[in-house]
Design a protein. Structure first.
Length: 225
């Protein structure tokens, strides 16, 4: 059995600690967001009650009903206006990561500003998900220097059989990190400090870093043939 990589990570919600972390990062990092729906259980109950009352009123505007339904049906993968960024994990190697707990607007602003202003090269997997949040929170800005390992993997795993062309991060790096998935209900604002979710976030970033290095090794090997 192939030896698995053990991930070492630390986490913080302190603005000053996070600012120092960002200032000290090396020239290459791998990043990943975790997100959760904005609605708390109390807010959800309130909207469900309101929705029921609206549907019982024949004169209510259809748009009001659809607006509330869109809030109630939101998932962690929904539009940035419907979710909160809960964590930013940053890996500096396949086994070392820092997890930023986004527990305030100030921390959110700090990390978003860093991501669009730094000259550090950023590696993301499926950046189409993460970058819509960056775009949303920075008035349309994007990172300066980045690569998407999912796009790179897709160009390599170019196969008509779908099961032979899977590019999910866990498909590509699971043999190195094991099954690090967590239940879908973990992506909730009440779990900001849950150790399982923090570890999950750290592994996501480290696995992305490992994949970046693996893809580059593969490209070099192909050139040498």
């Amino acid at each position: 059995m192939e030896k698995q990589i053990k991930v070492n990570y630390e986490y913080s919600d302190s603005y000053n600690v996070i600012r120092q972390w960002l200032e000290d990062l090396p020239y290459l990092i791998a990043c990943d967001f975790e997100a959760a729906v904005k609605l708390t259980s109390e807010e959800r109950a309130k909207y469900e009650k309101t929705l029921k009352e609206l549907k019982e009123n024949e004169e209510v505007e259809y748009l009001n009903i659809k607006t509330i339904e869109s809030l109630l049906n939101a998932l962690a993968l929904s539009h940035p206006s419907r979710v909160n960024i809960t964590h930013l994990s940053i890996a500096t190697s396949p086994s070392e990561a820092k997890v930023i707990i986004v527990n305030s607007p100030e921390v959110l602003s700090l990390i978003m500003d860093y991501l669009v202003t730094t000259d550090v090269k950023q590696i993301w997997h499926n950046a189409s998900f993460d970058f819509k949040h960056i775009f949303h929170h920075t008035d349309g800005q994007m990172p300066k220097d980045f690569e998407d390992t999912q796009i790179l993997a897709k160009t390599i795993l170019n196969h008509v059989e779908v099961h032979k062309a899977g590019t999910r991060l866990k498909d590509l790096a699971g043999h190195k990190y094991g099954d690090w998935a967590v239940a879908a209900d973990m992506f909730d604002m009440s779990n900001l400090y849950d150790e399982k979710l923090l570890k999950y976030a750290a592994i996501d970033a480290c696995a992305t870093f490992w994949l970046w290095e693996s893809i580059n090794r593969y490209i070099i090997e192909q050139k040498e043939q």
